[in-house]
Design a binder for this molecule. Sequence first.
Ligand SMILES: [Zn+2]
Length: 415
Amino acid sequence: MEVKRTVPVKLDVPDERRDDLHTTIEQFNDAATYTVENGRNDDGHLILNKSKIHDRVYYDLRDRTDLPANLCVRAYSAAVEAMKSTVDDWKAGKSRPLPSFGEPSAIYDKRTLTIKDRSATLATVTGRVEVEYVLGDYQRSYLDDDEYERRMGTLHYREDLDAFYLHIVLLKEVDERDGDRVLGVDLNLKNVAVTSTGTFYDGGELLWGQNHSFRVRRSLQDKGTRSAKQALARLSGRENRFVLDRLHTISRRLVEEARSHDCSYIAVERLTHIRERMDNGNDRIKRQMHTWAFRELQDMIEWKAAEYGIRVEDVNPAFSSQTCSKCGHQSSTNRDSDGWFSCNECGYELDGDYNAAKNIGIRLLTVPEGKRPSGLGDGQLALKSGTLNLSDDHSSAEFRPEGESHGQAHDFSRG
Ligand SMILES: [Zn+2]
């Protein structure tokens, strides 16, 4: 699998060359805008083909701007990409204006940008500019990793900081990890995350504390927005950073957990179902916020797992909290209001979220042939000690915990 990272690097631009970068960005946007305005066939349809766009606008762009040839190509290419996604939206019935290019940024590729370890050279309207990086540990760790190929970059001007940044795109090919072991993960409000190996990532109260919800709510009311994500993005203060830091830590530990149990897959619940699980007493704003946070957490897990070739798969979590992970019996009375699970059928008892985490993993292992992730094979679930192997025939949806001497068959078809 391909691992892609975009690393923002602050640039130390010589004073006398800052205007060259400003002008380059301005003209890049002008060229992209010109392409959108003029990139039409004689019948008025937008041209979405790069070689046809080239014929249409390239020489105009060379005349209109001082951009070097390859930045003109990048500018009309950016315009074509934006027009394509606009047309896709139109086809899907969404109304949307033609793309515009007002952001202070310009796209660079190998022909216009040379990325070195501690500096870069950028093409501009007045020849190349050499800039030094201003690096932190994070940036350095990626730039010093030889396995990453430095593909391209985007030059940004941050008005709030009066500084130029180069967002460097790095690519690494990682082999998918062999093996068929699965780590099941349950996401919930009490513990944030619980794994089938019995690790509890707690601190839900801290993470979703009253104070934080209140801030989000107030922010939503003040600014009249509809999305909690936007509200949280604007909460650039301490609390927002606290939540993101906490989610980063949890995701990093979860991936370490998967590695230490030799797992090649992490099973998580499909997020389209997460809202349904959160309607007990939570109001809309809180639900939105939790959904946002769980989505962030899953993205982070996927992001970090990819570096080790571990695949993250989502499964339908329906009834995973009501179903016994030992015998498969499903009942709403299996779990009490304190979150303790006690099976009506077989008497199995354990923490409810821990039980759900096992079920999430079992769900992936019982995905029918044809829909299963490639390489999963029969699969086995990682437990606190040892693994759970399901029966060879997945379609029977029966499994038998490994090492259980009484050899009970557990029927999951009722689950
Ligand atoms: Zn049971």
